[in-house]
Design a protein around this ligand. Structure first.
Ligand code: AMP
Length: 250
C-alpha cells in the first residue's frame, strides 16, 4: 500500500473504488474497505479530518487521530492507496466555492450542525474530482450523509456509483463510531439508550425511552430507505444512529 499526500501522486486509469473517511478506523470503516476491495481494480481510501464539516465549538481538535494504526488496518483490508491530503491541498488559500444541498442539508443533522453538510458535500465532490472513482463507499450509519451525497450526484450529474453498506454495531448494539473512543464506561452505558430506543422503530416510544437523555432529535426521515434517526449528547460527546424502517433489515 502506498501513502499519498498529494493528488499528483494518485493512480490514473483503472477502475477505482473510493472510501472517504476521517480515520480512527473501526469495523465500520473496514467493512467499506473490504467491499471496495471486492468490487474494484484499485482501492483508494482517503483520510482527511475535514475542518469544513465541523462547526465552531465542535470536536475538530479532539477528534481521534492515529494515522499509523489506520495505515496498518487499511493495508490489511487490501487498500492500494491511502490518500492523506494536507488541509491546504483541499482548501487552498482563497478557497470560496461550496456545494449546498439546500433542503436535505438543513434538516435533522443540518439543523443542529449548520454548515455541516455543506462541508460534507464539498469535500466529497472534491474527492470525487481528485480521485475519479467509478464507485464510492459510504455507511448507512450516516444516513443523511448518504442522502445528501446521493442528491448531489444526481443534481450535478456526477459519474460515480454510490455504494452503501449497513451499520456495523458492537455486541451491545452501539453503532461503531470513532467518537465512541471518547466515551467513559458510564457515558457508554447512557449512550446505549439510543440504539435501544431506535430499535422500537416507533418515534413516540423511542422518545419515551430517551427520557432523561439530552436528545437533539428523534425523527422518521424520508430517506432511501426510510429510517428512524436520532442524535443524543452524553457528556460532551454527540452520537447519531438510525434504523431502516422497511426493506432489508440491517
Ligand atoms: P467517518 O470516518 O466517520 O467520516 O466515516 C467514514 C465512512 O464510514 C462513512 O461513510 C461512514 O458512514 C462510515 N461508517 C462510520 N461508522 C460506521 C458504522 N458503524 N457502520 C458502517 N459504516 C460506518
Amino acid at each position: 500500500m502506498r501513502i499519498v499526500r498529494s493528488a499528483a501522486d494518485l493512480p490514473r486509469g483503472g477502475e477505482i473504488g473510493l472510501v472517504p473517511t476521517m480515520g480512527a478506523f473501526h469495523e465500520g470503516h473496514l467493512a467499506l474497505l473490504r467491499a471496495a476491495r471486492d468490487e474494484n481494480q484499485i482501492v483508494v481510501a482517503s483520510l482527511f479530518v475535514n475542518p469544513a464539516q465541523f462547526g465552531e465549538g465542535e470536536d475538530l481538535e479532539r477528534y481521534p487521530r492515529d494515522e499509523e494504526r489506520d495505515a496498518r488496518l487499511a493495508e490489511e483490508a487490501g487498500v492500494d492507496v491511502l490518500y492523506v491530503p494536507a488541509a491546504d491541498e483541499i482548501y487552498p488559500p482563497g478557497f470560496e466555492t461550496w456545494v449546498e444541498v439546500e433542503r436535505l442539508g438543513s434538516i435533522l443533522e443540518g439543523e443542529h450542525r449548520p454548515g455541516h453538510f455543506r462541508g460534507v458535500a464539498t469535500v466529497c465532490l472534491k474527492l470525487f474530482n481528485i480521485v475519479r472513482p467509478r464507485r464510492a463507499y459510504f455507511g448507512q450509519k450516516d444516513a443523511q450523509q448518504v442522502e445528501v451525497v446521493r442528491r448531489m450526484i444526481r443534481d450535478l450529474d456526477l459519474d460515480v456509483e454510490l455504494r452503501v453498506l449497513p451499520t456495523v454495531r458492537d455486541a451491545d448494539g452501539l453503532a461503531l463510531s470513532s467518537r465512541n473512543a471518547l466515551l467513559t464506561p458510564e457515558l457508554r452505558e447512557r449512550a446505549l439508550a439510543l440504539p435501544r430506543a431506535l430499535q422500537t422503530r416507533d418515534p413516540q416510544r423511542a422518545r419515551e425511552l430517551l427520557d432523561g437523555i439530552d436528545v437533539d432529535y428523534v425523527e422518521v426521515a424520508d430517506f432511501e430507505p426510510k429510517v428512524l434517526a436520532g442524535a443524543i449528547r452524553v457528556g460532551s460527546v454527540r452520537l447519531i444512529d438510525n434504523v431502516p424502517l422497511k426493506g432489508a433489515d440491517e
